[in-house]
Structures are given as C-alpha cells and as structure tokens.
Design a protein around this ligand. Structure first.
Ligand SMILES: Cc1cc2nc3c(=O)[nH]c(=O)nc-3n(C[C@H](O)[C@H](O)[C@H](O)COP(=O)(O)O)c2cc1C
Length: 330
C-alpha cells in the first residue's frame, strides 16, 4: 500500500464526529428515488459502500423543499414526511454497517427546467431570498431528525449557490453582488441558516468548485486572495469543513504554485478539507495530499468495496471505471 493510502486508512475526527478512516464517498446523483422519496434499494446501495470501507458517505444531492429547487421527480428530497422516513431507513442501514453519512443539500438554480421557471441570482427578490433560507433550514432540520451525522451544502458546479459566487451569473448591485465577499454573502446566509438548524456539534461541510458542469474553464476566484475572501466568508458563517471539488486532484489551482484547490482552501482557512477528482481513475495519491480527507466518486459505482480492496493489497480485483458504470445500481 502507498504511504498515502496508509495514512488515509487511519481513523480521524471531524469535530466530534469519529470516522473509521479518511475515505469519503463523493455525492452522486442517481435519480432512483421515485417521487423524491428514498427507497429500501437506495438504503442498500449506501449500506454497501459503508460495508465496503467508506468512512464518510455524502449522499447524492437532496433537494430543499421549495418548488424552484428542481424539475426532477426521481431525485430525492430532504423534506419532512415520506422523504424523511426514507432517509431514516438510509441512515439506519449505514449506521448498522458502522458507517457515517452526510446529506448533501441542493437547489439547482438556473439548471431547473424549463429555464423560464428557474430561480437565478439575478431574478431573486428579498421575499424569494427569505423563502429559500427557510427551505434550506427546514431541510437541515429534517436531515438532523432523519439521523444524518453531518450535512453538506452544495455550493459547486454552477447550481444556485455557485451562481451567486460566479460573476458571470451574478450581476446583482445589492449586498449579494460585486466583490468576492459580496458574491459569497447569500451562500453565507444559507450556511448560517443551516448552522442554526442543526445541533451545534454536527459538522457542516461546504462544497465549492471553480468549474461549472457546463463550463470546465470557469472560475469563481482568479487569485488566491479572491478565493481566500470567499472561503473566509464561509468560515465566518459557520462552515466546519471545506470540500474542494476538482476534476483532477493533481492539477494546480493557480499558476506558479503546485497546490491544488483543496490545499489552497486548507492554507487559506486552516479548516479541515476534503479533496476529490479522478482518484483511482486511474491515478492514486502517492504522497502528501494537502487535504485531510479524500472523496471517491466514479470508482465506487462499480466497486462498492473499493476502499477495502485498495487498502488490503487487492488492487488487482478493482474493476477500472468505465462510463457504463453509471448505469449500475447495487
Ligand atoms: C453520476 C454522477 C453524479 C454526480 N452527482 C453529483 C451531485 O449530486 N452533487 C455533487 O456535488 N457532485 C456530483 N457529482 C460529482 C462527484 O461528486 C465527484 O466530484 C466527481 O465525480 C469527481 O470525482 P471522481 O473523479 O472520483 O468521480 C456527480 C458525479 C457523477 C459521476
């Protein structure tokens, strides 16, 4: 086993949350929850990843209870009632396997279809902003009641909160637009609302990215100073952990320094950081990761037990990822 895998396989803590190792399952939308309600099949899917050695699972994006959040019917919701019951099943199965699980809280923003129905930064008035904050808080409370160990706010990839961070989708002239600090102000209000809705010792993770799903070259911060301004606002609002979403973990975030986005986040804030991006597809981290935890996405689709195999010298039993793995569900 490489030194990096050996270190990642050691137990750790996030605040008061004890984890059996530093491997995280990255959030992956699977669209297998009809009517937005998590099923027994969803619970079994997550349980298998816990049994396979993942220390912390982050669920697929789960929608806040607001009609603007999404047009998708089979993406799970994080709302009281049937969806909450479904999530209780999921968290129960993961805990029974010794795992820990965080709910990823999601609003699609401008990616909602049809596009005319989408709520985007430039369109929102004060009343709509208040409605969204209430819905985020309600989802966070639901997550805590449903047995989640942590929550992750999805502020990456070009969805609502990231649209606030990105100058190309935020032209607001009020306190939510302009400088990096001001573009971070609405995501920060969401962080504050979620923080106030969950137990004080429950870790609050914030996921952010430079790239957008539709624009891989996009950036929310052109310089480390700009990134520091945004992440400083997140930290002050109550973020405990930062999850730096990158497409390839080995790529530098800024010219002139080899540090990736996760390493910069750690350097700029001192907070614990999760790195991610093509780990095992096919590269493995070999030495200092510049991060506390590492998330795995696609390799876990076809290999629920990737962590066990990789940390017990059974690399050869791992199926290499192919696009067809995205159709698998077990
Ligand atoms: C099928 C699929 C669905 C995804 N859904 C989400 C999601 O709901 N939320 C999110 O933040 N990222 C999502 N992602 C991105 C992953 O969390 C992860 O960052 C990405 O796959 C890169 O990691 P990997 O190279 O280990 O797969 C998704 C990725 C895939 C492949």
């Amino acid at each position: 086993m490489s030194a990096a895998l050996e270190i990642l396989n050691r137990p750790t803590v996030l605040g008061k949350l004890a984890l059996s190792n530093r491997f995280v399952m990255a959030p992956m939308t699977r669209k297998r929850s009809p009517g937005g309600v998590p099923t027994a099949a969803n619970a079994a899917y997550y349980r298998r990843r816990a049994e396979g050695g993942v220390g912390l699972i982050i669920t697929e994006g789960a929608l806040i209870g607001h009609p603007s959040a999404s047009h998708e019917d089979d993406v799970p919701r994080l709302t009281p009632g049937a969806a909450e019951e479904g999530w209780r099943l999921v968290t129960g199965e993961v805990h029974a396997a010794g795992g820990r699980i965080a709910a990823q809280i999601w609003h699609l923003g401008g990616e909602r279809r049809p596009a005319e129905t989408a709520w985007t930064p430039d369109r929102l008035d004060d009343q709509q902003i208040r409605e969204l904050l209430i819905a985020y808080a309600e989802s966070a409370r639901t997550a805590a009641r449903a047995g989640f160990d942590a929550v992750e706010i999805h502020a990456a990839h070009g969805y609502l909160l990231d649209e606030f961070l990105w100058p190309r989708t935020n032209h607001r002239a009020d306190r939510f637009g302009g400088s990096p600090e001001r573009r971070a102000a609405f995501p920060a209000e969401v962080i504050r609302a979620v923080r106030a809705a969950i137990p004080a010792d429950m870790p609050l993770i914030v996921r952010f990215s430079q790239f957008k799903e539709r624009d891989h070259a996009a950036r929310i911060a052109d310089t480390p100073d700009e990134l520091g301004a945004i992440l400083g606002v997140f930290a002050a609002a109550g973020a405990d952990v930062l999850h730096a979403s990158q497409r390839r973990f080995w790529e530098p975030a800024f010219v002139g320094d080899p540090a990736n986005l996760a390493a910069w986040a750690k350097r700029l804030t001192g907070l614990p950081v999760i790195t991610v991006g093509s780990v095992g597809v096919p590269r493995l981290p070999v030495d200092d990761l510049g991060a506390d935890l590492v998330a795995l996405g696609r390799v876990l689709l076809g290999n629920p037990d990737w962590v066990r195999l990789a940390t017990s010298g059974r690399m050869r039993e791992i199926r290499p990822y192919t696009k067809a793995d995205e159709d698998l569900y077990y």
